[in-house]
Design a protein around this ligand. Structure first.
Ligand code: GLN
Length: 476
């Protein structure tokens, strides 16, 4: 059994061809069969089956919510009360969520079943899922390759049919890059569209929770459930949440900008470049306006992102001190050694690198040179992005410079790894929504994606246009 979308599940539930319990049992079998992918850090078998039985009852009595039959995996940094959560880090070993994240709470209220937590880069820091304490995740489309990161488990689980959809988090591309590497749809909402309450923080002014799905419609449905005002997160917007999934018809012609520097970038793979150019030509042929614009700050995106996110991470991760949460070194014998040893033993190499970088950029002597400067550059990037989006509906770029790479290819060179994020971090720096859609396959069979960004809170338009691209692709 492998369902291509939630709509097909709903049809089978309606016609009595399956039940939610059977569906969950099928997924549990798939998970067992594909255990070697290492997508899950834990499967919530019992609570998933229990919830499934409850939802079957509600379906019979006609009281089920709109996600009845949706079986979801959560990235291992999203809290689900009474279940473990670790950000795939040793330092949170054994820690159990004390409350539901707002996103989780809303999924459960609409009767989704949560089937497990998904492997990711430690504290969502990475682009390949190689930094997880629980080991790497294999890309189901080619097991020699990474699934992308940091939400690698979330993307692999959807691509391999281990659940209907997943939630990931995106600070600099962690939903969109793995979606691109696995042929799935990944949506990063506008900053402030979805509550971050119950998301283990990496860089709080960038982080957003979002869906990874097979289809645009499923992404729209999930977003409308999880989005919206929340008393527990003051950065969430009070703007009403449209019924995105009911508004997926894009009428009229779009005005699309593509960033010349991205398409001309020497780091862009030739086959990906050709795929994007072909898409641009098709859009023009369909009557949309597609024009090249200049974005002179491409080379500043990655450095600005890493200065600011490491600063925020060093502050956010100070709470893991061996006292409050999870792991404490057995060798500690006083306060200082508890902090020092627990953090030394509990964090992995990449997380330590970022804590040290972030501590450096925030230190008294360098604060203005790096952190304040980073904030100023962020503002320029944001203003330029908004300026483009004031005269165009969307900005189009490749999601990533290339398709999935092999394990080990970039892990020894942090800068090469950081450059993976060159096209995705712009949306996080600017705060705007962005989606990655499957675009094509390279000659070796690996998929690559196209990214669309839209103006603040324009998810409705973004999703409708994405559906148009999706259906055009399916019909050719
Ligand atoms: N690859 C980026 C990083 O390592 C993005 C991570 C993310 O979006 N969580 O920071």
């Amino acid at each position: 059994m492998s369902y291509p979308s939630f709509t097909s599940i709903r049809n089978d539930l309606r016609s009595g061809k399956t039940t939610v319990v059977e569906l969950v049992e099928d997924y549990l079998r798939n998970i067992e069969e594909k255990k070697h992918l290492n997508a899950f850090t834990e499967v919530f078998r019992e609570s998933a089956l229990k919830k499934a039985a409850e939802v079957d009852g509600k379906l019979k009595s006609g009281t089920a919510g709109k996600l009845a039959g949706m079986v979801i995996g959560l990235k291992d940094n999203i809290c689900y009360k009474g279940h473990k959560v670790s950000a795939s880090s040793h330092i949170l070993e054994g820690f159990e969520s004390l409350y539901n994240s707002t996103a989780t709470e809303r999924l459960l209220q609409e009767d989704a079943v949560i089937i497990g937590r998904l492997n990711c880069d430690e504290f969502a820091m990475g682009s390949s899922n190689e930094t997880s304490y629980y080991g790497k995740v294999l890309n189901p489309l080619n097991e020699k390759c990474v699934p992308g990161g940091s939400s690698g488990g979330s993307a692999a689980a959807v691509a391999a049919g281990l659940c209907t959809a997943t939630l990931g988090s995106d600070t600099g591309g962690s939903i969109r890059q793995p979606a691109s590497f696995t042929g799935t749809v990944g949506l990063k909402p506008t900053y402030g569209r979805v509550s971050r309450y119950g998301l283990l923080a990496y860089a709080s002014s960038f982080d957003q929770i979002g869906p990874i799905t097979h289809t645009v419609e499923d992404a729209a449905l999930l977003l409308e459930v999880i989005a919206g005002a929340d008393d527990f997160d003051s950065t969430v917007s009070h703007k009403p949440v449209p019924e995105y999934s009911a508004k997926l018809d894009f009428n009229g012609k779009a005005r699309i900008a593509y960033i010349r520097e991205c398409i001309e970038s020497p780091g862009l793979n030739e086959e990906v470049r050709k795929g994007i150019e072909k898409q641009i030509a098709q859009l023009k042929a369909a009557g949309h306006t597609v024009e090249a614009v200049d974005f002179p700050y491409l080379d500043f995106l990655v450095p600005t992102y890493y200065v600011l996110t490491t600063a925020e991470a060093s502050s956010n991760l100070a709470r893991y001190d061996g006292v409050h949460y999870g792991y404490r070194s057995a060798k500690s014998n006083d306060v200082e050694s508890t902090y020092r040893l627990s953090r030394t033993e509990g964090f992995g190499k990449e997380v330590k690198r970022r804590i040290m970088l972030g501590t450096f950029v925030l230190s008294a002597g360098y604060y203005d040179a790096y952190y304040t400067k980073g904030l100023k550059v962020r503002r320029i990037i944001r203003e330029k992005t908004r300026e483009i989006l004031s005269s165009y509906d969307f900005i189009l770029t490749p999601t990533t410079p290339d398709a999935a790479f092999e394990f080990g290819q970039k892990s020894a060179d942090p800068v090469a790894m950081y450059l993976e994020d060159i096209f995705t971090v712009q949306a996080n720096l600017a705060g705007v929504p962005a989606i990655s859609l499957p675009l094509g396959k390279k000659s070796d069979g690996l998929p690559y994606g196209i990214q669309l960004m839209a103006g603040d809170f324009e998810e409705e338009k973004l999703l409708a246009f994405s559906r148009l691209l999706e259906s055009a692709r399916q019909s050719c």
